[in-house]
Design a protein around this ligand. Structure first.
Ligand SMILES: NC(=O)CC[C@H](N)C(=O)O
Length: 305
């Protein structure tokens, strides 16, 4: 498959689209990003990488980090996770409060904010130096020790924490948050603030390829095959909140988006891919990123179905 040709075609076609998406501003610091940024990096299982556009420019990975925090928490506590978080799509926006009340503080899945906040709580309980250890885990997966938290983004989100704080307080009341609410929020905002580029993200997500057996040298990268399969299943069913069905329908790959405009997706046998375009649609997913991935699976005729 000539992936470079496919990426070049996608980039040309995306360039012709006049999108209607909007850069996220509810975290003010994210609003400073140039809306016309666009990059893709595709990492194949044969070791080859292909890119187009701003693939080497770092951006805020936001909710893409939820997949990495989940993978670490599952390594640490295994199936105990599922007594505190479900595995069903929520059908609601990523930051919704409504289900939590009638489902007694148990989030539907680990990729909505409520679920990721419980995962953050678990990591705080399990790790010696939570923020330092989590960043080290991500650096080891990416095999890149330069990756950093963007503390400006984390602080900006802390200043506008009201909805995430509400979710955490509600779950604390139900007994599903064990640590101090502000500590959980601080950890969560830091994990979301991690700055990575498309290349680093695509390479990091190779841990979910080939049943977790993609040939990576980093020790931290080795994932149990069952974990890799389950995390892929969750990305497929819950990775795009109330647009997960649409993503499975039009793209057909497991994936995860973030409000920084990034999307990571993967074909478990062939490649992992990261796309970045900051303007978001009404569901909080990158408008052109979604389009680019739809073009990819259409042109390559490679999806999981
Ligand atoms: N969907 C997202 O990327 C949301 C992450 C963001 N940090 C928030 O909690 O609102």
């Amino acid at each position: 498959m000539d992936y470079q040709k496919v990426l070049d075609e996608i980039s040309a076609e995306i360039g012709l689209i006049e999108g209607s998406g909007k850069v996220a501003t509810y975290i003010p610091e994210l609003g400073n990003v140039q809306p016309d940024k666009f990059g893709i990096y595709l990492q194949c299982t044969d070791g080859q990488g292909y890119s187009v556009g701003d693939a080497l420019e770092a951006f805020s990975i936001q909710s893409i980090s939820k997949v990495l925090s989940l993978s670490l928490a599952l390594k640490l506590i295994g199936n105990h996770m599922w007594t505190r978080i479900g595995v069903e799509p929520s059908g609601d926006p990523f930051n919704s409060l409504v289900q939590l009340e009638y489902e007694k503080g148990i989030p539907r899945n680990p990729f909505i904010n409520a679920g990721a906040l419980v995962v953050a709580d678990i990591l705080i309980s399990e790790l010696k130096n939570p923020k330092v250890d989590f960043l080290q885990y991500v650096r080891d997966l990416a095999e890149d020790q330069t990756i950093q938290y963007n503390t400006k983004v984390a602080e900006s989100e802390m200043e506008h924490k009201f909805r995430n704080a509400s979710l955490t307080h509600l779950m604390k009341d139900f007994g599903n948050i064990k640590n101090d609410v502000n500590e959980v929020l601080d950890f969560y905002f830091h994990q979301c603030s991690i700055a990575m580029n498309c290349k680093q993200l695509a390479q990091t997500f190779t841990i979910f390829l080939n049943y977790g057996k993609y040939d990576l040298s980093a020790e931290a990268a080795i994932l149990d095959p069952t974990l890799a399969k389950r995390i892929n299943a969750l990305m497929l069913t819950c990775g795009f909140y109330d647009e997960s069905g649409e993503f499975a329908f039009s793209v057909g790959l497991p994936g995860k988006s973030g409000v920084g405009g990034g999307i990571v997706a993967l074909h478990p046998k062939y490649y992992s891919i990261a796309v970045w375009s900051p303007p978001l649609n009404s569901k909080g997913n990158s408008e052109l990123g979604l389009k680019a991935l739809e073009l990819l699976t259409t042109k390559t005729e490679q999806s999981v179905f």
